[in-house]
Write a protein that binds this ligand. Structure first.
Ligand code: ZN
Length: 645
């Protein structure tokens, strides 16, 4: 059913709080009668929990957005981001880098462009690195963009929290939710990292309240920074996170599919009714094997198109926020050779969807796919995707859609309120954050070579071996997933530390998950099987390869004729401690509980026996850095894994 213009304006009038600077529609429920007498928004919501912008309560913005003018044609601006991961302070040099072309305004704006740095992926040497991000700058850019159009909504596509730096992590990521409340975002689709601590935690992020079980003697944890936690003032969406579906069996007979959060939300702005469908990748389970118990992640395209079928005729535009992405070889506002899972998803989504904002791969792109914008705003608050929709609220259709990515440069006055909030949290954690744990002689980068090995991966694996031995469990080999490594160790200071000084905060940024070190007994064949579960050649380039300790090596070739087929490691090449690996011998392997539980798809570890938990992985890294600070530790050559072609 169509929504007549008069009714759309009535909805607007009723929501006097819908406003410039207002973050969420605060109108009371205004039933929108259908012209067929059929489902209202209420009945749609009851189908699967979609909402009409009435939950959760908004944060009391004021003033009203401009009504549709120009014969019912309205310009709506959607500001989208993704994978913020609690980066409240300006992220490290690696995690803040945005590669831009010569002449890009972001360079001029940034004031002091840096020449292209190593490890940024710029082969031509003609591009520049601009260091971007930081919540106060992010907030300022959001405000500046909002000022250009009162009909603005701010939306996020997953992984807002999880794998966060210390300033957020030490308080259970509650500071990130508070900062996002302050910035005033409207909607947030869940990503895989929303489930790092199980569904109860993300439900609490929405509803508020404290988790008193999650506190430390040192005064950190839930509700330690602030006595109360209000929860998100924005709305979480989870269209494909089913709570009553087991496998292929579907929901119990007679029950509709239930989702963890509403599958979509409708917002009325400038007289235009826009539905946002929010979902995570269907492959969320391997990223969070212990956090998703009881949840089923449905197919992205099928889920979206089923909702589109419901929503058609009830709204003026539909936008999809999906926590899955792709890769491309251009700079942040390009779309050069887009590959990866998002291509099939975008191509499969009903053509009526006006724009798709994607996520998860942390790559910036602004594509036009199937005639509509397909965007991703990198990660960590470095970019904002500015999506412009021209909507005819009389004909109930989108006349045009376009997008561009905006760099969150630091040449702008930081938002003073967000700045003060972040500074307070940073001061609170400073005694822990600034503690000295080691000394390095040069950057130890989280950048993999063509063999899939990163210098920081070698250091972490060696640290696991030393940690296990120090606790009376000497191991033969340490293996750690590259996806668990989130930052580099930098020689140059970027907070208040001296050059080469590694603080607890810098080490924590490398391993923020708090995984538990485990030593276990694996057959040689189990080790080979785990290595064969590497993604030696990812869609879009690059590798996703287990990082290995000193004394362990193997060889692989892309499109090799190895036993595992294309892009497999050669079983005959495996060496442990100077001897060929024996598939039938038992080896002591040290890794983390995440991998032992099948995380990142490494299910082969499940065959290993007698796992023993030893302590938090970050303690292994900091102990290793402390033990090896004199002389200062340098980057290992990262030559344990051999790519033969
Ligand atoms: Zn993700």
């Amino acid at each position: 059913m169509k929504v007549p213009v008069a009714l759309a304006l009535l909805v607007l009038a009723a929501s006097a709080s819908l406003a410039t600077g207002c973050e969420s529609e605060t109108s009371p429920v205004v039933p929108v009668p259908s012209d067929s007498g059929g489902g209202t928004d209420g009945s749609l919501a009851s189908d699967g929990g979609g909402t009409d912008g009435t939950t959760p309560p908004a944060d009391g913005g004021d003033a009203g957005a401009e009504a549709a003018t120009d014969g019912g044609v309205v310009q709506v601006q959607i500001l989208a981001f993704n994978d913020f991961h609690g980066n409240l302070r300006p992220p490290s040099p690696t995690n803040s880098a945005v590669l831009v072309k010569a002449g890009d305004p972001a360079i001029d704006d940034a004031g002091s462009p840096q020449p292209t740095e190593a490890g940024t992926g710029d082969a031509g040497g003609t591009n520049y690195v601009v260091h971007a991000g930081g919540a106060a700058y992010f907030a300022a850019h959001i405000s500046a963009l909002r000022a250009k159009n009162p009909n603005t909504l701010v939306v996020s596509a997953g992984d807002m929290t999880g794998a966060a730096p210390l300033v957020s992590n030490l308080y259970d990521d509650e500071p990130t939710i508070r900062v996002m409340n302050q910035i005033g975002i409207d909607l947030h689709a869940v990503g895989n990292h929303e489930f790092d601590h199980g569904p109860a935690t993300v439900l609490r992020y929405q509803s508020g309240g404290c988790d008193y079980t999650n506190r430390t003697d040192a005064g950190f944890g839930s509700c330690e920074a602030d006595p109360t936690f209000p929860g998100a003032l924005f709305e979480y969406l989870a269209a494909n996170v089913d709570t009553n579906v087991v496998g292929d069996a579907g929901p119990p007979a007679g029950e509709p599919v239930k989702t963890l959060f509403p599958p979509y939300a409708v917002r009325t702005i400038g007289g235009a009714r826009i539905a946002f469908i929010g979902l995570t990748l269907s492959q969320t389970s391997p990223y969070s094997p212990t956090g998703i118990v009881g949840l089923t992640f449905a197919d992205e395209v099928q889920t979206t198109n089923a909702l589109v079928a419901q929503l058609k005729g009830t709204v003026d535009a539909i936008v999809v926020l999906v926590h899955q992405g792709g890769f491309q070889s251009g700079t942040y506002n390009d779309c050069v050779n887009l590959t990866g899972p998002i291509t099939a998803i975008a191509d499969g989504i009903d053509p009526i969807v006006a724009a798709i904002h994607s996520a998860h791969t942390h790559v910036g792109y602004s594509c036009v796919r199937g005639g509509r914008p397909l965007t991703q705003a990198a990660s960590y608050g470095r970019l904002i995707s500015q999506i412009q929709l021209t909507i005819d609220t009389t004909a109930h259709k989108v006349l045009s859609a376009a997008a561009t990515n905006v760099v969150v440069t630091r040449d702008i006055r930081p938002d003073p309120i967000v700045d003060a909030l972040v500074s307070r949290y940073a001061a609170d954690v400073a005694p822990v954050a600034e503690a000295h744990v080691g000394q390095i002689s040069a950057d130890i980068l989280n950048a993999t070579g063509s063999n899939g090995e990163a210098p920081i991966g070698d250091v972490i694996a060696d640290g696991l071996l030393a940690y296990s031995a120090a606790q009376g469990h000497p191991a033969d080999v340490a293996l750690i997933n590259i996806g668990g490594i989130r930052d580099s160790l930098f020689y140059a200071p970027y907070y208040a530390e001296a050059p080469g000084d590694i603080t607890y905060e810098k080490a924590q940024a490398v391993q923020p998950f708090g995984d538990v070190v485990e030593v276990m007994q694996c057959l040689g064949s189990d080790i080979v099987a785990a290595v064969q579960q590497n993604v030696f050649v990812q869609a879009g380039g690059g590798t996703k390869v287990l990082q290995v300790s000193n004394g362990f090596s193997y060889a692989w070739a892309s499109s090799s004729a190895g036993a595992g087929g294309t892009n497999a490691a050669d079983p005959a090449s495996f060496m442990i401690g100077g001897a060929a690996l024996d598939p039938t011998a038992t080896y002591n392997v040290v890794t983390v509980d995440f991998l032992q539980g099948g995380g990142d798809g490494y299910t082969a570890f499940a065959k290993c026996k007698n796992p023993i938990k030893l302590g938090v992985d970050l303690n292994a890294l900091t102990s290793y850095l402390t033990a090896n600070e004199s002389p200062p530790l340098g980057p290992p050559p990262a030559n344990r894994i051999i790519k033969t072609n």
